[in-house]
Design a protein around this ligand. Structure first.
Ligand code: NOJ
Length: 544
């Protein structure tokens, strides 16, 4: 039988640098993360995704790697990493790490050698041209910050390709030697016990842009090669790809179940925000209907926010404007023309009801949920920081100095801790919330516990239930003869909703979780009451 552990996982992403500093130098470290594993285990997290922690000049928050086989000395040592792995495994927590092989840092020895010597074997590790195409500006990943995707290098006497910052030259993934390097990197970390990789910038990895003679088909096969390698080395190893692509492109990434195990659900993410902005269920329904089927081993990873901008590039300009108007009205909250650089709590005006609604949706949608550090306590953002850094401030552990993140002087911190206003660490922190039975943190622990009891949501066949209320999203998931049914009211008005199901009687529903205790059903009415921004989860007789 296949080990599909990731279908039951609760994934939590964090950046070691901003999580917990133990040695007091102002920068988070692996020893700090290890000390905080009990917080994560208590929350119910079963899988961590660590952002890049490798040696890096940090032009792109560690996504510019200088050495794939080491730990950034600012964050600790390989020894600290192994100790952390051991402690995580003891608590039943798996680890997925970022595999950033679309590009290296320009400080990587491969690039240094490639640029300084035309005959170096590393020259062909990168993508060069003497004449960059004219449309190079149109393809930049960071509009307004990056001018082109081709940069002239004096030393090399040629232009090199860089889909992201110019300090991140793209690797030539058509070169078999580069592919061998990718396998070696994966093999190294698998040997140290990781359960898999988050594949950074997957679409660019397999696009033949600038690669003379590269065959599209062969490039696509890189995804199968990687999967085969991971499976051979570790039967339960997984690949989770970052591929924000149109629905017709999705099958390329899942293959016939022989490529990626998981994809981030960028499409549904954008539709969820449209639904939250309109207070209507239709966009979520449209999003779900647009998703292509996944193979049996394939899984969506649902999320609300992550460490980048909330990208809305899959929506129309008008839809983007609706979301901006609702959640990011000020231009300083927006980025790259179609993105939002805010955390969820401030986007929803700190409204606890709406936050619960959004997370209840996240945990109940078909797929595997991803939570980001700080979201469990409702952390805010710091718009005075540049670009995407606004949502990358240190974790707020307590109401003591620097929010308990570090004992370093304030000006030595890797990034400022949010210390003012509604989201300051004095109010929003893990310790205070731990003590308060009504806190968001304790609610989050509860929703995760309930979710763990509903494997139907991660593994089951799902269907959307028609209702007579446009603001209500109702769906159910069935697996091995059991069904979970959930109802979410996206509007600020309470309502009583009727599910349009033949032979359906609410008396068959057993309430599992809700925004409050509702009156038990008397079995005579087929309607379900839901509060403003309310939600209810039920186990039911099969309705599929
Ligand atoms: C996606 C990462 O999430 C983002 O933070 C980074 O800038 C790019 N890939 C480039 O690695």
């Amino acid at each position: 039988m296949k080990n599909l552990w990731y279908k039951d996982a609760i994934i939590y992403s964090l950046d070691v640098e901003t999580f917990m500093d133990v040695n007091g130098n102002g920068i988070g470290d692996f020893i700090g993360l290890t000390k905080r594993l009990n917080h994560l285990a208590g929350l119910g997290v079963t899988c961590l995704w660590l952002l890049p922690f490798y040696p890096s000049p940090n032009r792109d928050n560690g996504y510019d790697i200088m050495d794939y086989y080491n730990v950034d000395p600012r964050l600790g040592t390989l020894g600290d990493f192994v100790e952390f792995m051991h402690q995580a495994r003891d608590r039943g927590i798996r680890l997925i790490i970022d595999l950033v092989v679309n590009h290296t840092s320009n400080q990587h020895p491969w690039f240094q050698s490639a640029r300084s010597d035309k005959n170096s074997k590393y020259r062909d590790y990168y993508v060069w041209t003497d004449n960059p195409p004219k449309d190079a500006q149109d393809k930049v990943a960071f509009p307004g910050v990056q001018e082109s995707i081709w940069e002239y290098d004096e030393q090399a006497g040629a232009y090199y390709l860089h889909r992201f910052y110019k300090e991140q030259p793209d690797l030539n993934t058509a070169n078999p030697e580069v592919r061998e390097e990718i396998r070696k990197i994966m093999g190294f970390w698998l040997e140290l016990g990781v359960s898999g990789f988050r594949i950074d910038a997957a679409p660019f990895l397999i696009e033949p842009l600038g690669m003379e003679n590269a065959k599209r088909e062969e490039l696509h096969n890189l995804l199968s090669d990687m999967r085969e390698f991971v499976s051979e080395r570790r039967g339960d190893g997984v690949l989770l790809a970052e591929a924000n692509v149109s629905p017709d492109q999705i099958p390329l990434y899942f293959g016939d179940g022989d490529r990626m195990n998981m994809l981030f659900n960028f499409l549904l993410n954008q539709y969820i925000f449209l639904a939250l902005a309109r207070e209507q269920a239709a966009p979520i329904i449209e999003g779900l209907k647009t998703l292509p089927d996944t193979p049996h081993t394939g899984q969506w990873v649902n999320f609300l926010r992550h460490h980048d901008e909330l990208t809305l590039d899959g929506l129309t300009k008008d839809e983007q404007q609706e979301i901006f108007a609702a959640f990011a009205p000020d231009e300083t909250m927006q980025i790259y023309g179609h993105g939002i650089r805010r955390r969820l709590a401030p986007m929803l005006g700190g409204d606890r009801h709406r936050l619960e609604l959004a997370y209840s949706l996240l945990f109940s949608l078909p797929g595997t949920p991803l939570l980001r550090y700080g979201d469990e306590i409702g952390m805010g953002d710091d718009l005075s920081l540049e670009g995407r850094t606004s949502v990358r401030t240190p974790m707020q552990w307590s109401n003591t100095q620097n929010g308990g993140f570090s004992t370093a002087p304030q000006d030595a911190l890797t990034r400022p801790v949010i210390s003012e206003g509604e989201y300051g660490y004095q109010q929003v922190n893990a310790t205070t919330e731990q003590r308060d039975p009504n806190s968001l943190l304790n609610w989050m622990e509860r929703v995760i516990r309930i979710r763990q009891q509903c494997p139907e949501l991660g593994r089951g066949k799902w269907c959307i239930l028609e209702t007579d209320e446009p603001s209500v999203f109702a769906h159910c998931c069935e697996w091995e003869g059991n069904t979970v049914l959930t109802v979410h009211n996206l509007a600020k008005q309470p309502c009583t909703v009727t599910l349009k199901l033949k032979d359906f009687k609410p008396k068959h529903l057993m309430e599992l979780f809700a925004n409050r205790q509702y009156e038990p059903f008397d079995g005579n009415s087929s309607s379900i009451e839901v509060d403003a921004y309310g939600y209810r989860w039920f186990r039911s007789d099969s309705v599929l």
